[in-house]
Each structure stands twice: as structure tokens, then as C-alpha cells.
Design a protein around this ligand. Sequence first.
Ligand code: PFF
Length: 447
Amino acid sequence: MKVARFSKIGFILAAAGSAVGLGNIWKFPYITGEYGGGAFVAVYLITVVLIGFSIMIAEMFIGYKGRSDTVSSFEKLAPKHKSFWKYAGFQSMAGLMIMFFYAVVIGWIFDYIVLSLTHLPSSVEEAQNTFTQMAHKDFFTQFFYLTVAFMIVTYVVSKGIKGGIERLNDYLMPLLFIIIGGMFLYSLSLDSFSKSFEFMFKPDWSKLNSKAFLVAVGHAFFTLSLGMGAIMTYAASMPKDSNLVKSAFWVVVLDTVIALLAGLMLFTFLYEFGAGPDKGPGLVFISLPSAFYAMGVLGNFFAVIFFIALAFAGLTSAVSLVEPMVQYMIDKHLYSRKKASIVMGLVFYFFGIVTILSGLDGTKEYLTWGGSNFFDWVDFITASVMLPLGGFVMSIFVGYIVPKSEVESVLKPHLKSFFDVWYFNLRYIAPVALFIVMLNMLGIIKF
Ligand code: PFF
């Protein structure tokens, strides 16, 4: 049973901390680059508003009403067939699985904070070599920083909702906003800002293919932390008389604003000092460091604070990826918080090591199946399959299974006349869209 709860603002910061993560600052800019800019951004924004916001309210509702771990919350809210619906709660496992690679990437960021303090690469080739050396050849460095990430995340989660998670977010989130905001303001003063703005906001619809559309929908989910029990578990510790709609609104706004500011700022730097925007996953680890080098001394400073901000964003999301399973072990299996945190920590630590090995020369052959390594598979199974499935199940559950009167009693006072629009969307639009995305991801239908 819950004891300590978030404060109202603490909840918004923690949920925004979960949402604003590597997805915003690392992934969003590079997929925008890959899929051609403006048109992709437009689809992403429409998805965030139409589907993301609605599902976020539904996910918060389940946690807020259930007041428990995800499995127990589904069980409590289902009017019948409880033993069937409780399985929906296992979406929490997706969060822990994401940690198998998320923790490794946080480790890379730690390494880059230290690297930027000492030495920035003078060309894209050198930056590429540095990255390849670390990710494909250097087990020890990755293992060391993964261990650091494991220790921080496990410690914070073991301290609980109030003393661990809320506290971490209270400190790191304002700092993150200041760093990204400050760097954005600087980028405004550069000539290439207008080019970057045009790239992100001038849609060229001819570049938008169906794949881009699906990636945009998948990313909208990932970035908002939906479909994996993170928001649901946090919502179980919301103060009693919370306004779910307002909270969801702020989380969505903060997440979107940070993604857009980070994208505009990064593309400005890349246009002004280095490579173009279409550089794929290496954008932040390869193109950006060499652009920072070209900026001179200021670049060194920016590189360090940028990677610190990225680490903050990653850590505040990481705790939310582990917390749902920890809460489940506490509520359902009566583990102490400390024991649950350590056990779950060890699980992602162990598979984190597997992720590192799956990228290393010499071991990757043993951890690659069908052309994709362990890292890619976990990313695909979680972000492309489990997450839309989680969203689909939640929209069906809140839209059809939980009695409408119960949903209305919590949400109508806040949604007011929008309640019907939201409910309609949740019953008819969101599940259909998510179902199509899922089938497509699984290769069952092809556009
Ligand atoms: N939203 C985080 C990001 O954008 O990096 C990632 C994430 C955190 C996804 C928590 C899912 C989750 F439950």
C-alpha cells in the first residue's frame, strides 16, 4: 500500500521527467532528420495532440483510481474477468526491458561528459572513430559507466516516490530546462537558426511516406512514456484531489516544447558549424561533438553542459522505467522497497551487459539474429510492439470495460464539454490507429 505521495507540482515534474528523456534530445532530432523535417514534425505533433494526450489521460486515470501497481490497478478497476485483465498490467515489463539499452546509452552520455571536458574531435571522421572505438571495441568503459548508471538509478528508486524520485526530479528538471533554454537562446543569435526553423516547420509533404508516419506515431508514444506503466504507476501516488487533465496537459506541453527546442538548437549548430541534419542515430554522438569543436572554447563549455542535460533527462526517465516493476514487487510480492529496487536493478544491469556485448566486435556475432542485434531487437519489441499494444489495451479498457459513470465522475469535472470528444476518440480513433500501427510493425499488413 502507498504511503508517501507526490505533491501536485512534484507529480507534474516527475511525469515530465519521465517523458522528457533521450527520446526528446537524442532520438527526436535524428528521426526528424532522417524523415525529412517539417512534414514529419507535423504528423508527430498531430499524433501527440490527438492520440498521445488522450491516452495519457486514460493511463493516468487507471493509476489514479487503482492506487496501486499496474497489475493490481487493472484488477481493481475491471468490473468482471479480473483475472484476465490483470495481465494488462504486465505492460510494466516493457519499461524494465527498455532499460536494457536505455541504461547503456546513459552510460555513453556519462563517458561523453568526461570526453568533452578533455578533448573534442576536430572532424566528423575523428568523432566517428571515437564513437566506434567506444561502442564497438571498448567493453570496459561501457561496463564502467553502465555500473554508474545502475547504482544511481537503483539508489534513487530505493528511496521511494517522495524521498527518491520526486527529489531527483525537483533538482534535475529545472536545471535541464535552464540548460536547454539557455542553449536555445544562444542558437537564436546564429545565422543558421532560420534554416533550422525552416527545416523543422516547413512541411514538404512529398517526403512523408507511410514509414515516416508510423515512426511518428511510435515516437509520440515513446516520448510521452505511454503504454509501459510509468505514468500509471506515478499516477497511483498523485494527491487525492488532483486534476488529471491539467497534469496530462502540462506533461505533454513540457515534453513537446523540450523536443522542439532541442531540435531547433541542434540543427542550428549542425548547419552553422558542421554536418547537416540527416546523420541518423550518431547525430548527438558524432556530428554534434565536431560541431562543438568548430565553435571554439564556447563549444567545449556547451558540449559539457549539453551532455550533462542529456544525462539528467536520461536519469529522470530511467527511474520511471524501473519504478513500475519495483512497485509491482512491493504490492504483489511483498518485497521491501530496497530489495525490489536491487533485484530489478540487477535485472537491467545484467541485460545491459548483454546489450554492450551485442555491439562489440568479437561477441556481436553471437547476439545477432536475423540481421539485428540484441539492442535492436529489444528496441523493436518494446517501442514498436509492446508500447502500441499497451496503448491499445488501455484505450479499450477505459473506453469499453470500466463503466462510463466511473470514468465520468473523475474526468468530466475537468474535461467539461470535451469529455464526449475525448471519450469518442478513446473508443474509436485511438485504438484503430494503434492497432494499424501494431499490425504494420509486426509485418502483418504493409502499406
Ligand atoms: N519518454 C522517455 C524518452 O523520451 O526518452 C522514455 C521512456 C520513459 C519511455 C519511460 C517509456 C517510459 F515508460
